[in-house]
Design a protein around this ligand. Structure first.
Ligand code: GDD
Length: 396
């Protein structure tokens, strides 16, 4: 894991005016503002949103760097969606930048996914529709599904990179930092080994400095969220079993990283899981399918975990009711992985039976996550036909 040591590390000494950052050595890297900007011009930021407070959403938009392309995928109710559209269109006009807004429930997407051969993304057809009424197809609900749609749009809009920011982030400054870190990390991953000419995929996962909580009327800056703590621990146990005891105990600090970015080509190769399994499953999928390959054309994947300076504060509207579900969805990706040996599975099942009894049955075995095939394995170009990815529109 790396850390942000300066939010603004200055320029590089291209002008020779002595303003370069002299702290740079093998341990410390400064990425120039120009390099960051050139990635941002190629970076689409996908915001999945379901019935969030629109004031928070408006604040968050202020934090997304001007050159990034905003793709907003909503699954909100009709009234909230209309308010979101108004806000985003206003933002696009004031800031003079393209903003794409789509609703995940739009039947056009369901039909297009079907045509592309991706029926697995559709909700099952309900039985007993009255005569004369037509079945209206709909994409599955879920944050992971919204992310998949966002990735297709990023590709059609010819962006090379895609990053994700949750719509309930209350600190615009942290949003700005996440986007800068995405750009810095992607630049570093793609350029640090220029001499070997080895081409790599890159993924940047944000580990926030802290996740503040109110405890006994005081703000406590805890290092990990409740779900991350548990999922990271089991991911690390898996890595230690797969590798050897030399693997650091806390190698993985970003198992649940809702904030992450990658090159679009990698996003097309990865399999997405539904719901809160989406981020932990990215790591499992990489270990399962990318760690061993006989295909000489396959590229290695560099994963950067970067700790930011800002705290992560998100909306508390949903409180904590979904935390056990989030933990089980994350742990189920480990439990059902073919990489996980049976002894570790037994231990994990016992853990879930004991600690997460409200979400798993009496055996402790979690439901397997729904996993979609990679976007690249479908005829995704069909989406161009419905005008997706056009930048000259503020709203489609
Ligand atoms: N479009 C869309 N569709 N968006 C959704 C849906 C959906 O079905 N469900 C949730 N979202 C949006 C929410 O509005 C929010 O912006 C974001 O996805 C995250 O969902 P939350 O339910 O608020 O999750 P969380 O904030 O508790 O957890 C986040 O952080 C975890 C790490 O701590 C998520 O990013 C998790 O995926 C992550 O593991």
């Amino acid at each position: 894991m790396s850390h942000v040591s300066e939010l603004d590390a200055g320029g590089q000494d291209t002008s020779g005016d002595g303003t370069d950052n002299t702290s740079v050595d093998q341990e410390n890297i400064a990425i120039s503002p120009e390099a960051i900007k050139s990635i941002e011009r190629n970076l689409a930021i996908v915001i999945p949103c379901m019935d969030e407070n629109v004031t928070i959403l408006e604040g968050l938009l202020h934090g997304i760097p001007h050159d990034c392309f905003v793709i907003f995928i909503s699954n909100s109710n009709q009234a909230n969606y209309e308010t979101e559209c108004e806000s985003l269109i206003k933002f696009g006009k004031v800031a003079c930048r393209p903003v794409l807004i789509h609703h995940q429930g739009d039947p056009t997407f369901a039909r297009t996914f079907q045509e592309a051969g991706m029926s697995e993304l559709l909700q099952p057809q309900v039985t007993g529709i009255p005569e004369g009424k037509e079945h209206i197809p709909r994409m599955n609900n879920g944050k992971g599904e919204a992310m998949m749609l966002g990735v297709i749009i990023a590709k059609l809009a010819a962006r090379k990179f895609v990053g994700f920011i949750d719509a309930d982030n209350r600190i615009p400054g942290s949003v700005l930092e996440y986007c800068k870190v995405y750009a810095a990390g992607l630049h570093y991953a793609l350029h640090h080994n220029e001499h070997t000419e080895q081409n790599e995929h890159a993924m940047v996962r944000i580990k926030w400095k802290s996740k503040p909580k109110v405890k006994n009327s005081e703000l406590v800056f805890e290092e990990f969220g409740r779900s991350s703590r548990v999922v990271n621990e089991w991911m690390n146990r898996l890595l230690r079993v797969l590798g050897d005891d030399a693997t650091p105990e806390s190698m993985i600090t970003t198992g649940n990283a809702g904030e992450h970015a990658m090159d679009v080509d990698l996003a097309f190769k990865l399999r997405f899981a539904t719901g809160y399994a989406v981020e932990p499953f990215q790591l499992i999928d990489l270990w399962e399918r990318f760690s061993v390959s006989n295909d000489p054309s396959s590229k290695p994947v560099r994963i950067l975990q970067i700790e930011t300076c800002n705290p992560h504060i998100h909306s508390a509207d949903r409180l904590t009711g979904h935390i056990p579900r989030m933990q089980v969805q994350g742990l189920s990706t480990i439990y059902h992985s073919r990489c996980t040996p049976s002894r570790l599975k037994d231990e994990l099942r016992n853990y879930m039976r004991e600690k997460l009894a409200t979400v798993v049955d009496s055996t402790g075995e979690p439901t397997p996550p729904r996993i979609y095939s990679p976007l690249g394995s479908f005829d995704w170009k069909i989406f161009a036909k419905v005008g997706l990815g056009k930048q000259d529109l503020h709203k489609e």
